[in-house]
Ligand binder design. Structure first.
Ligand code: COI
Length: 354
């Protein structure tokens, strides 16, 4: 049985009418689901191409128990954000980059991806259909979550006979509610990714394995976990849901996207912004020793945006880093968010208007 989603009979008007904002306490937003009105769904048979899908009411979907997403984890997700500007335009941050990343991931997992054009158009339609859920400027963003899943029934391990491309959205605020910065624990027991695996694509299967480590760390008072490379255990790789950078002097370093690191869209943007303001950015292996000797450490990701790291704990050694006004992370966070909410001109062509 294929997943069935009932199309909306009367599309984009809701019973609440056409008011500018949904009834949300914007100041209280964290990174939790606030269901919005609509989602986008498209399907395609294996060997065919996606054609335009539909905006339908947000809700549960029905899916075959025998689908590869449920049995074998054949699925990818993306995360991107739409922002409201002071003059009330709604713009999406670099959706083409997520579309391209979904294509790379689909190739790795033997799935049929939507074209870049279809992906971007579908994201725009989803945001437009949920316009009133885009927070006021500076109060958060509409987080857009595209999924590509193997949805057709097949018992053996093989490409799915049908794929579903679905996009839902939720207004969000800060991912980590910490005032100064993150307190990270370096995990020396579990690994997030290994060479030749799927760490370099946004496979759904990359995330469940980090939960145990995160839960253990959080129960000891840490904000999150930093994983080391599986081959040597000597180099830093990624935090559970975001990329990591270290700063020493004028040099900013981040692990290279050579297969085990997710090529984050915020990571890529940060590299460009840091270079723009005169930093030398190196994409290279970064050892734990260098991490512990850095002046500053920060994380980047769609959900976390740019977040300073206040401390890193490795075994029984705890190091404290520069945070606050003097930190590069504060500067690049401000540069990035100013572009996103339209406080400064987007000279890079990153923002896509709906
Ligand atoms: C994102 O930043 O969009 C992510 O993928 C993080 C998510 C797993 C919470």
């Amino acid at each position: 049985m294929a997943p069935s989603v009932q199309p909306s009979s009367s599309p984009l008007r809701t019973s609440e009418g056409d008011e500018k904002y949904a009834n949300v306490k914007w100041e209280e937003l964290g990174f939790a689901l606030t269901p919005t009105d609509h989602m986008y769904v498209a399907k395609c048979r294996q060997g065919e191409s996606f054609s335009q899908g539909k905006i339908v009411p947000y809700g549960d979907i029905s899916i075959s128990p025998c689908s590869p997403i449920l049995n074998y984890g054949q699925g990818l997700f993306e995360g991107l954000k739409a922002y409201r500007t002071e003059d009330d335009r709604i713009r999406i941050f670099r959706p083409d980059q997520n579309a391209l990343r979904m294509q790379t991931g689909a190739d790795r997992l033997c799935m049929t991806p939507p074209s870049v054009e279809l992906f971007v158009e579908a994201v725009k339609q989803t945001v437009a259909a949920n316009k009133k859920w885009v927070p006021p400027p500076g109060k958060g963003a509409l987080y857009v979550r595209p999924l590509l899943i193997g949805s057709g029934a097949i018992l053996g391990v093989a490409p799915a006979p049908e794929y579903t491309f679905l996009i839902y959205a939720s207004p969000v605020g800060d991912y980590h509610k910490v005032s100064t910065g993150l307190n990270l624990k370096v995990d020396h027991k579990y690994h997030r990714a290994h060479s030749g695996g799927t760490g370099g694509v946004k496979s759904c299967t990359n995330y469940a394995p980090v939960v145990k480590s995160m839960v253990e760390a959080k129960s000891s008072g840490f904000s999150d976990v930093l994983f080391l490379d599986a081959a040597t255990g000597r180099n830093i790789e990624e935090v559970s849901t975001c990329n990591i950078f270290i700063v020493k002097g004028n040099i900013v370093s981040t692990p290279p996207t050579s297969g085990t690191i997710l090529p984050g869209v915020t990571r890529k943007s940060m590299i460009e912004l840091a270079r723009d303001i005169g930093y030398q950015v190196q994409e290279r292996d970064v050892s734990v020793e260098e991490l512990l000797e850095a002046e500053e450490v920060f994380c980047t990701g769609t959900a976390v945006v740019v977040k300073a790291v206040e401390t890193v704990t490795f075994h029984d050694k705890k190091v404290k880093y520069r945070t606050g006004e003097a930190a590069l992370s504060t500067k690049v966070h401000s540069m990035l968010t100013s572009i996103q909410i339209g406080l400064v001109e987007d000279t890079k062509g990153w923002m896509v208007e709906i």
